[in-house]
Design a protein around this ligand. Structure first.
Ligand code: C2E
Ligand code: CA
Ligand code: CA
Length: 420
């Protein structure tokens, strides 16, 4: 049962993979072994195929398969389920913490830089885990449980299946119906995460992050409900509320004599709305907030497609004095041409790079290159997702002095933002 059970490009259906899984689960069960079924999802293969070509997409798949295999031993196997989904079977007596550590290694191995000669590609990887016999005894159920766990995992992380998860994990349809009227019922609030300057030790800005406390579904993470809000057309309205609330908060802080720049994430739907630049200025005026206290964060993926319109909108926003940040820099497209077409004040180094910065091989080199390039182009660089003192020190050594992450503070209520 060792080795991969299908070719990297995969057969038309995933039946052979599932058949292999059934046989492996049955054998493990009969022999008194425990087992884990892991579904790993990598990046967005459709986007990779589109922007880097199908040949690169195929090589990504091959590389992911090879990397997973390199972490497996006798009695384990990997197969491709289709798209960017991979199945890993582990016959193991590992207890949960050790298993989680193993899955963590798999995620970090898969998400380290890939370089096929045209610049490094960073692929994020998320995993869902289900265990035999605890969660189920048959392959099909274990696979469905692992997929359910995957849906609840944050990008780049893992989640284990549990019965509570089954009950709590709202479907797309449930989220959609719970979102109706949620804005009017005041179920949303903003949390703020400090961005710290290591040279002065001060919080120089905060990022506003949307939170939804649904009475029926609990606290739903933004990764889960924002795509639904976008697909149901709620996003321009919700985005407007976010901008207004964040600007009001910044204006409060300004009035209190403790001004702080507030960075606000905007969604593609907002950016594509006609008159978005004027709306931003209207909100600033209504909130009596000078434009330089607002920063707008956009991601690379939002810049593709409508380059000219987007460029015009972003230029108008920037001309009004609002700062612009390029979020999650380096993930997805890594197309440096965007830096020429669009004028950004800030580049936010994605958490993927930050977590690799203490790894003396690829991560370190890439972060160094991003910092040097940012300095050359006059951008402010902010490293995101700083979780440990080692990462903070490595980034400082590389000349990055602005950081954001759990090491400094999780996103908190505005009254918890402490400043001198
Ligand atoms: P993002 O813009 O990249 O936001 C950073 C995310 O990383 C936040 O997750 C934050 O809580 C998390 N984070 C910060 N420091 C650390 C760290 O040290 N370690 C780890 N593991 N994570 C860290 P959150 O709040 O769940 O938001 C997820 C995504 O949802 C955001 O990613 C953004 O794309 C979107 N989002 C959040 N708020 C808004 C919003 O108001 N509008 C729009 N359009 N999107 C939003
Ligand atoms: Ca952001
Ligand atoms: Ca980000």
């Amino acid at each position: 049962m060792n080795g991969s059970c299908c070719s990297p490009t995969g057969p038309i259906t995933n039946l052979p993979v599932r058949q292999n899984l059934s046989a492996a689960i049955e054998a493990a069960h009969q022999q008194g072994w425990s087992a884990a079924v892991i579904v790993m999802k990598v990046g967005d293969l459709t986007e990779i195929n589109h922007w880097h070509g199908y040949a690169t997409g195929d090589r990504v798949i091959e590389t992911v398969m090879e990397r997973i295999e390199s972490c497996l031993s006798e009695g384990h196997f990997v197969g491709r389920l289709g798209g960017g989904h991979f199945l890993v079977f582990l016959r193991t007596q590992l207890h949960r913490a050790a298993l989680a550590e193993h899955v963590e290694q798999l995620i970090s191995r898969v998400s380290s830089a890939m370089d096929f000669g045209a610049g490094a590609l960073f692929i994020n990887c998320t995993a869902g885990v289900s265990q035999m016999p605890d969660d189920a005894l048959v392959a099909d159920q274990l696979l469905r449980n692992a997929e359910l766990a995957l849906r609840s995992a944050r990008i780049g992380n893992q989640a284990f299946y549990s019965e509570a998860l089954q009950q709590n994990l709202a479907s797309h349809a449930e989220i959609r119906s719970a979102l109706v009227g949620a804005l009017e019922r005041k179920e949303f609030f903003l949390a703020y995460q400090p961005q710290v300057c290591m040279k002065t030790g001060e919080t120089f800005a905060v990022e506003a992050l949307l939170r939804w406390q649904s009475p029926s579904l609990g606290l739903v993470p933004p990764d889960r409900f924002i795509p639904v809000a976008e697909s149901t057309g709620l996003m321009p309205e919700l985005g407007d509320w976010i901008l207004e609330s964040a600007c009001l908060q910044a204006s409060e802080w300004l009035k209190e004599g403790k001004p702080l720049r507030v960075a606000v994430n905007i969604s593609a739907a907002q950016l594509e709305e006609r008159g978005f630049a004027s709306r931003v200025q209207e909100i600033l005026a209504d909130c009596h907030l000078p434009a330089s206290w607002l920063e707008i964060e956009v991601t690379e993926s939002m810049l593709v497609g409508h380059v000219e319109d987007t460029q015009r909108t972003l230029l108008a926003i920037r001309d009004a004095g609002v700062k612009l940040a390029l979020d999650d820099f380096g993930t997805g497209y890594s197309n440096l041409a965007y830096l020429r077409h669009f004028v950004f004040d800030t580049l936010k180094i994605d958490r993927l790079f930050t977590s690799a910065v203490t790894d003396a091989r690829a991560g370190d080199v890439l972060v160094r290159a991003i910092i040097a390039m940012g300095a050359e182009l006059g951008h402010e660089i902010v490293a995101e997702g700083v979780e440990t003192a080692e990462q903070m020190q490595s980034l400082q050594k590389l000349g990055c002095s602005r950081m954001q992450g759990y090491y400094f503070s999780r996103p908190v209520r505005p009254e918890e933002i402490l400043r001198d």
